[in-house]
Design a protein around this ligand. Structure first.
Ligand code: FES
Length: 186
C-alpha cells in the first residue's frame, strides 16, 4: 500500500451537463486524476450548502461543484443560485479556517469532458499540496482555540455582520428564490 496522500474530492455534478462531461471524459478515455467521487444532482441549484459541509465533515478533502454555463441551465437560473450560494459558502468556510481551494465551482457543458477533467486534475494537485483537511482539528479545535484567545462569539458575529453589510449586500438584495429542495421537486 502506498503512503502517498491522495485527496478525496466529492463532486456534485449537474445531470444535464457536467455529469455528461464526466461521462464523455470516460468514453473518450481521457486520463485524469481518479480522486473525484461523483454525485449526480439534477441541477447545480439543487446543491444545498449543507451538502458541502456534510461532505467535508465526513471525510472529503475538497468539494467540486460543477454545472451548466450561465445562461444554459435547464432550470433557467439554477446555476446562478448555485453561484450566489457558493460565494457565501466560501466566506463562511474562510472563517472556519478552510482554504478556498477546498471548495470550487466550475462550469462544464456536456461536450466539455476536457474542461471537467482539467478541473479535477487541477484541484487534485492543489489538495495534494494542502494536505488532508482534518475537519476536527481545523474547524472544531480551531474554533475552540479562537474562543480561548478571546475571539469569542462577539468577535465572530461582528465580522460576519460586517461582511453581510458589505460584500454580500448585493446578493441579499437580489430577488428571493425558493429553497433548493423546492427546485428539485419542480
Ligand atoms: Fe445544469 Fe442547472 S441544469 S446547472
Amino acid at each position: 500500500m502506498s503512503d502517498t496522500y491522495e485527496p478525496i474530492i466529492v463532486g456534485f455534478l449537474c445531470n444535464w451537463c457536467s455529469y455528461r462531461a464526466a461521462d464523455l471524459a470516460g468514453t473518450a478515455r481521457l486520463h485524469y486524476a481518479p480522486n473525484m467521487r461523483p454525485i449526480r444532482v439534477m441541477c447545480s441549484g439543487r446543491i444545498d450548502p449543507q451538502f458541502v459541509l456534510k461532505a467535508l465533515r465526513e471525510g472529503a478533502d475538497g468539494v467540486l461543484i460543477a454545472g451548466c454555463h450561465p445562461g444554459e441551465c435547464h432550470y433557467v437560473e439554477g446555476n446562478i443560485k448555485a453561484l450566489r450560494r457558493f460565494i457565501l459558502l466560501r466566506q463562511m468556510l474562510r472563517q472556519l479556517g478552510i482554504e478556498d481551494e477546498r471548495v470550487q465551482l466550475v462550469w462544464a457543458a456536456a461536450s466539455e469532458g476536457i474542461v471537467l477533467a482539467a478541473a479535477v486534475d487541477r484541484m487534485t494537485e492543489q489538495l495534494r499540496a494542502l494536505g488532508p483537511l482534518r475537519w476536527r482539528d481545523t474547524v472544531l479545535n480551531g474554533a475552540a482555540e479562537q474562543r480561548s484567545n478571546g475571539v469569542g462569539e462577539q468577535g465572530s458575529k461582528g465580522a460576519w455582520e460586517q461582511r453581510s453589510r458589505g460584500e454580500t449586500s448585493s446578493i441579499a438584495a437580489s430577488p428571493s428564490s425558493p429553497p433548493a429542495t423546492e427546485e428539485a421537486r419542480s
